[in-house]
Design a protein around this ligand. Structure first.
Ligand code: ATP
Ligand code: SF4
Ligand code: MG
Length: 368
């Protein structure tokens, strides 16, 4: 593991960023919650023009404050879109598919779930059925995908549990008999049993205390490496990202505002919002109080004009209020959307272009 220059005891960037081929390519993705209450239409732009690539074998971390759209982005790339969420535009391409995710019919989608694409949802440890033993959950999730008879299926389950340092006796337990950390380990074992090419994980360690969190992170990393899969990992906790992510994308108000290898984000954040996230981390021996970000998180039904961060940004200029900055490549692997970060950053040509878009999820019948 590489050591960071930071003094807060965290290790930054567990691995050098891999240079592998894309495992997931997302282009200009927009997903909005479209609601009608008492005749009033509301459009919450939770994912608004996001483009990113996750490479083979890497863990791509996505960070940002609560309600910035992290879970919505994951739902959209996992094709777990239900009303009132609707995909407005853009594309989602996995390397293991020969077409856009949203061009798949429901049968094909169902065939790739768990087998090739696993989604550990926010609060997923609670998806274990409380009245069924863990053994039955493995049957429900994985039996039909693995194409094995019952005996070899359970031999494969036992082998998988062993690889992940879980006792086979966990299969006989009911979820309420397990600690939070153990339930989360079981959920990760379930999500990886079919050896999926791509794993999506939403806040898998948030409800756990720090020691258990460390063990679960080690388990996630181990499972990902054993399978050789790629991973999109969401948490608002930057210290968790420091310990697991190869690269980091920073989201603010439905948009990606910065992206870089994890070590570079911590050593040299370019966007003022990223700089705030990094500066607010506790450091060993530091006594002074951390400044909180002034102002409130933006309302995504009526986001600020121009750069969405401008009402809270200490560096805001006139142009920031008028035009949204494009996410711009400053160096290989380094993208930022901030006029103050570089003169290369110009207004985005696509940011506000939404009129006339089709609601693709409804059109292709993906809304479940
Ligand atoms: N069903 C819904 N209907 C309308 N708006 C929604 C719905 N679900 C989420 N939102 C809104 O979409 C925005 C993004 O929510 P999302 O859950 O994606 O954020 P998040 O970054 O995952 O937050 P957290 O860190 O708290 O999990 C928020 O403004 C939220 O209020
Ligand atoms: S574009 Fe302007 S408002 Fe936005 S982060 Fe940069 S300096 Fe601040
Ligand atoms: Mg969330």
């Amino acid at each position: 593991m590489r050591q960071s220059g930071r003094d807060n005891g965290s290790t930054v960037g567990p691995h050098p960023p891999p240079e592998g081929a894309p495992a997931l390519s997302v282009d200009n993705l927009r997903a909005y919650y479209l609601t009608h209450y008492f005749g009033v239409e509301r459009e919450v732009r939770a994912v608004d023009d996001i483009s990113l690539v996750v490479r083979r074998n890497e863990i791509y971390g996505l960070a940002g404050e609560s309600s910035c759209g992290k879970t919505t982005f994951l739902k959209t790339v996992a094709a777990a879109v239900r009303p009132p969420l609707s995909v407005i535009g853009g594309s989602v391409q996995y390397a293991f598919l020969d077409r856009d995710l949203y061009a798949l019919n429901p049968a094909k989608l169902s065939a790739i779930r768990w087998r090739r694409l696993s989604y550990i949802t926010q609060g997923s440890m609670n998806v274990l059925n409380p009245v069924r033993r863990v053994r039955e959950s493995f049957i429900d999730f994985a039996y039909r995908h693995m194409g094995l008879k019952r005996r070899p299926f359970f031999a494969a389950v036992n082998e998988h549990l062993q690889r992940l340092h879980l006792a086979a006796s966990v299969l006989d337990a009911y979820p309420h008999e397990l600690s939070g950390g153990m339930k989360q380990r079981v959920t990760i074992a379930l999500a990886t049993i079919c050896r999926p090419e791509f794993i999506i994980a939403d806040e898998p360690t948030t409800a756990l205390d720090v020691i258990v969190q460390k063990d679960v992170l080690a388990m996630i990393r181990e499972a990902q490496q054993q399978i050789g899969s790629s991973m999109l990992f969401v948490t608002h906790d930057m210290t968790v990202h420091a310990n697991i992510a190869d690269r980091l994308g920073i989201m603010y108000a439905g948009r990606l505002v910065e992206e870089a290898p994890t070590a570079d984000i911590f050593a040299n954040p370019k966007h003022p919002y990223t700089a705030h996230l990094v500066a607010s981390l506790p450091r060993i021996g530091e006594q002074s109080r951390k400044e909180s970000l002034s102002g409130a998180p933006p309302n995504l039904a009526n986001p600020p004009s121009g750069c969405r961060f401008h009402p809270r940004c200490p560096l805001a200029m006139e142009v920031c209020r008028e035009a949204s900055p494009a996410l711009t490549t400053l160096a290989p692997g380094r993208r930022v959307a901030c006029y103050a970060a570089s003169p290369l950053v110009k207004p985005s040509p696509t940011a506000e272009r939404v009129a006339g878009a089709t609601h693709r999820a409804e059109r292709v019948g993906l809304v479940q």
